[in-house]
Design a protein around this ligand. Structure first.
Ligand code: ADP
Ligand code: MG
Length: 433
């Protein structure tokens, strides 16, 4: 009865671990097992590491108690897997092998990704007909794989007869090597050519420098493209910028549509955090969402990691999620961004500290969340750079010098009475080089 081992281990762990540790680290962990081994998969590195730290020893004791200590235990972070539904089987009509966590619904749209998102949606409605191939590129953790999975999810839901292959270029390469080794190239070709209606290939830059794989992929590509089968490819950079990738592939990747994903703006980052928090029933106050979003700026995976980490700390300490907790927990994640003591440097730091855009600080907008940071800018520019009131006014979007005078005095006076304001100002000042 090997398939029950994990359930039995879980029962034991439930008894031996604090309930918040059990619920955050064990309950939703999936396990693949056979006679000899247990393979646990985690959604990300942080959960995996927390599991190692908090649960591995209790798990070993549980294995001992259950006389399973001979089982090999391995921990891994979930990776995209090859999904190849058999065509026309009834059971597949209801079961979607794609993870419902990564769909178009759960993807937050902002100006940084709306183009790529729209292209992916178009492809998922009419595969092979609008953009072929669709090539999505952008930095790490910006949602490329999410979009690829969303296409797979949508297609499988609406056209479950399609044979969808979703895999990383690394898996493609390994499979090819294996096929060559055991002399099964025919099967390999059949699988990726005649046996495939939609090819979703993640991280194509992995093929750089791998000539044999590129050649094989070139023929696969041509075959699918000629048969009007949809191909979607992701990469960390623009086709022509992938060094070590054959020219003929680079050219072909530009045949359809090339769409990029950029780092999200602060509003999108806040929205993503709030969505993720909602999905996971985490109570994330607005100021904390803003704090995280304004400090973790480039990568959505890190944004999610920060949220996990924060939630984990809150639940391990039995405390609520607050800005203070975020400051403590994320200390080493948040890079210490320092700026020169120049007018631009002051402006950048103020924008960063409050999670605002520089253009908004310079704009005419009078929203409350803008006017105080703007006045703090005036105050700092006066105090540290001794700029004149008219110069400060000009610098901050042509404001009248009396407005500046008022702002400087206001902050000067209030900071003596308002510890939070004073604290904010000294945090900014601490970041000057
Ligand atoms: P990439 O493949 O570009 O490195 P991923 O697609 O793996 O990045 O995204 C990293 C994480 O960030 C995933 O958990 C993904 O769900 C999440 N993510 C990225 N972009 C968005 C978005 N626009 N809305 C919601 N979640 C996102
Ligand atoms: Mg990816």
């Amino acid at each position: 009865m090997s398939s029950n081992s994990w359930l039995r281990i879980r029962e034991r762990l439930k008894g031996s671990l604090p309930s918040h540790v059990f619920s955050s680290l064990v309950e939703s962990t999936s396990c693949f097992e056979n006679e000899e081994s247990l393979e646990l998969s985690f959604p990300d590195r942080f959960v995996k590491e927390s599991f190692e730290e908090k649960c591995l020893t209790p798990m070993r004791s549980a294995l001992k108690e259950l006389a399973m200590e001979s089982k090999k235990v391995s921990l891994s972070v979930l990776k995209p897997t090859v999904i190849r539904p058999e065509p026309n089987t009834i059971s597949n009509l209801t079961l979607n092998p794609f993870d419902p966590k990564y769909t178009f619904e759960t993807f937050v749209i902002g100006s940084s990704n709306q183009f790529a998102h729209a292209a992916c949606q178009a492809v998922s409605k009419q595969p092979g007909q609008c953009y072929n191939p669709l090539f999505i590129f952008g930095g790490a953790g910006l949602g490329k794989t999410h979009l690829l999975r969303a296409i797979g999810y949508e297609l499988h839901k609406n056209q479950s007869n399609l044979r969808i292959l979703f895999l990383t270029s690394e898996a493609f390469t390994n499979e090819l090597i294996q096929a060559i080794r055991v002399d099964r190239m025919r099967d390999f070709r059949e699988k990726y050519r005649t046996g495939c209606d939609v090819l979703l290939l993640d991280d194509i830059h992995f093929l750089a420098g791998k000539e044999r794989t590129q050649e094989e992929f070139f023929y696969t590509f041509n075959y699918l493209h000629e048969s009007r089968k949809q191909i979607v490819i992701t990469s960390d950079r623009y086709p022509k910028d992938i060094q070590g990738l054959e020219n003929r592939l680079q050219t072909r990747f530009e045949w359809g549509l090339v769409a990029d994903v950029q780092p999200p703006e602060v509003e999108t980052r806040v929205a993503i955090l709030k969505n993720k928090a909602d999905e996971q029933n985490i109570n994330l106050p607005d100021d904390v969402a803003h704090y995280i979003a304004s400090h973790v700026t480039s990568n959505i995976r890190e944004l999610e990691g920060s949220l996990h980490r924060l939630q984990m700390h809150a639940s391990l300490n039995n405390s609520a999620i607050s800005v203070e907790l975020a400051q403590n927990t994320l200390r080493d994640l948040v890079p210490k961004i320092r700026h020169e003591l120049t007018a631009d440097g002051v402006l950048k730091l103020v924008a960063l500290t409050f999670g605002l855009k520089i253009t908004d600080l310079k704009s005419e907008k009078k929203a409350r969340n803008l006017s105080e940071p703007r006045q703090i800018c005036m105050y700092l520019l006066r105090k540290h750079l001794m700029m004149s009131y008219p110069d400060i006014g000009t610098f901050l979007g042509n404001r009248h010098h009396t407005t500046v005078l008022h702002g400087v005095n206001e902050i000067g006076a209030r900071s003596k009475m308002d510890p939070e304001l004073e604290n904010n100002i000294s945090k900014i000042e601490a970041l000057f080089r």
